[in-house]
Design a protein. Structure first.
Ligand code: F6P
Length: 534
């Protein structure tokens, strides 16, 4: 018995339920969708029936989602294993006061935000200059949450990008920084070192490489560096002037930090006003999340659909499928947001979880994915719940005919997943092509789509900074709600530590200065082969 038992029993009692049949009763589409402003979240193409929904909402209530939500927004230390508050939301609503350890954290936040805005404006308007002229290129060096959010946001907001070009370096692989710096002029490049801890080996190594690259051409390389971190002692030790250091506190998790100074590269790209709209979109979703009843609350519903598919029905993955090319990196961003947050194996009190935690999240924009992995989604043996995102309008009025085709494809995919194609229909199609007998049956069977495959659709008017902010905050809160229902800590990431420690110990083995004693046979043999190949 666990918190999902009644839901699992309910699902087991309806093994033959066809989602399609729900549409014969009442107005399924209206009943199983919810709105936030002009957004529509449609979950009618799932196997959630009214009773399952009632059980899911009761589960959220029973697990204390409302109380924990308030605890998060008001600065309680809900990240219990690190003893930290979770207050990234403060960055998108820089009004009022929020107390952490008896101190109002908002005045300092407002001051940093104002400094970011002034610096971004100076860079964009040529008052902050490189040693060879106005800044033409910005290179953000960071990884994980110090990279994925800014990369995704810069792509998403491309129609608003009127500042210098922005580039991103994350990988420790020297190929990454080499290929990015190649072709840039050090005299007109600003390097932003973005690292919450300012210790991450990838970022610090790349920052050193960038400094050397800059030093070869400019007299004072540090003057063209800015830093974003919670560790001002380390940014000072790196030699970056405090005037260009933008701090934040440890109550902003790395994967939740795009709203904070970590978003500086985005602000330089699109300008402080558009960045403020992005924050406003996030804040609007916060308000909706805090105030809307669970049955009409988008983050809660998104989370409950996730719980239904993963913990109740046992579907191990979910595909995020934006029919919005500029959300190209949303799936990668969500992989960190969801899997680093909810990929845990023990509950808050340290006990082994008796059920699965968060799903594997993956995806690609449509229509590209259709020509790659949708085959498996439609006809494979596993069910992959799909989450479509779709803007009603594009940013290219003269290419609206292409947007129409994009939207038609998105709706067609969710319809195909729902409806499928029966053996009778497939047989009829093949008969019309002239097939008969055993060959007709064989060919028809290959063309059957089982259908009854679940999907949701998030429809929004247009990908503006406001809309984009709301979408990202929606997914953040979804992770929160799922984490509360799973009884886990969504805000630590101990699972990334072991590999980091082992990598440090392996470097001397690869260099040949250590014999790798204590390493397993496979690792030692691979290290020896690497040494032989170099
Ligand atoms: O991969 C672990 C992690 O700590 C992420 O949570 C974080 O986003 C990333 O590394 C980068 O950390 P930092 O911003 O401290 O360099």
């Amino acid at each position: 018995m666990n918190q999902f038992s009644d839901l699992i029993a309910h699902a087991a009692a309806h093994p033959d339920q066809r989602i399609m049949d729900f549409f014969d009763i009442n107005d399924r589409a209206a009943d199983f969708s919810a709105a936030f402003g002009d957004f529509v979240f449609d979950y009618s193409k799932t196997s959630i029936d009214p009773e399952a929904r009632a059980l899911l909402i009761a589960l959220a209530e029973r697990m204390g989602v409302a109380q924990k939500r308030e605890a998060m927004f008001t600065g309680a230390k809900i990240n219990e294993t690190e003893g930290r508050a979770v207050l990234h939301t403060a960055w998108r609503n820089p009004e009022g006061s929020v107390m952490v350890d008896g101190v109002d954290v908002m005045p300092k936040l407002r001051e940093t935000l104002a400094r970011m805005e002034a610096f971004a404006a100076d860079v964009r308007e040529g008052r902050f200059r490189g040693q060879g002229g106005a800044i033409t290129d910005v290179v953000n060096i960071g990884i994980g949450g110090s990279d994925l959010g800014p990369v995704m946001a810069t792509l998403a907001l491309a129609p608003y990008h009127d500042g210098p070009r922005v580039h991103f370096v994350s990988n420790i692989d020297g190929a990454h920084i080499h290929d990015v710096l190649k072709g840039l002029n050090p005299e007109t490049t600003l390097v932003i070192v973005a690292s919450k801890t300012f210790t991450t080996i990838e970022t610090m190594t790349n920052a050193e490489t960038a400094r050397k690259w800059m030093a070869a051409k400019v007299a004072d390389p540090a003057a063209q560096f800015a830093a974003i971190s919670t560790a001002s002692d380390r940014t000072a030790a790196f030699g970056i002037d405090a005037a260009r250091v933008f701090g934040f506190e440890d109550w902003v998790g790395g994967r939740y930090s795009v709203w904070s100074p970590i978003g500086l590269s985005v602000m330089i790209a699109v300008g402080p006003a558009n960045f403020a709209e992005f924050l406003r979109g996030g804040a609007a979703m916060d308000k909706h999340f805090r105030e809307a009843p669970f049955a009409r609350n988008l983050p809660v519903l998104l989370a409950l659909v996730g719980i239904w598919h993963n913990q109740v029905l046992g579907h191990a993955t979910r595909a995020v499928l934006p029919y919005d090319q500029r959300l190209l990196r949303l799936p990668a961003y969500l992989q960190q947001l969801e899997m680093e947050s909810n990929g845990k194996r023990v509950s808050m009190d340290g006990a082994d979880l008796p059920y699965n935690s968060g799903p594997v999240v993956w995806g690609e924009p449509g229509t590209n994915g259709q020509h790659a992995f949708y085959q498996l989604i439609h006809q494979g043996t596993r069910v992959v719940p799909c989450e479509f995102l779709l803007a009603a309008q594009g940013h290219e009025p003269d290419l609206d005919h292409q947007h129409m085709l994009l939207m038609a494809n998105c709706l067609a995919q969710s319809e195909a997943l729902l409806r499928g194609r029966s053996l009778e229909e497939a047989t009829e199609i093949m008969r019309k092509k002239g097939l008969t007998g055993a060959e007709l049956e064989r060919q028809a069977r290959h063309r059957v789509f089982p259908g009854n495959r679940p999907s949701t659709t998030l429809l929004y008017p247009k990908l503006t900074p406001f809309t984009f902010g709301a979408i990202i905050a929606l997914y953040e809160h979804r992770v929160f709600v799922e984490g509360v229902i799973l009884g886990i800590n969504s805000y630590d990431q101990w699972g990334v530590e072991l590999g980091k420690e082992l990598a440090l110990a392996l470097a001397p083995v690869l260099e040949g200065t250590s014999d790798g004693a204590g390493k397993d046979g496979s690792t030692r043999a691979l290290a020896a082969k690497i040494r032989a190949m170099r």
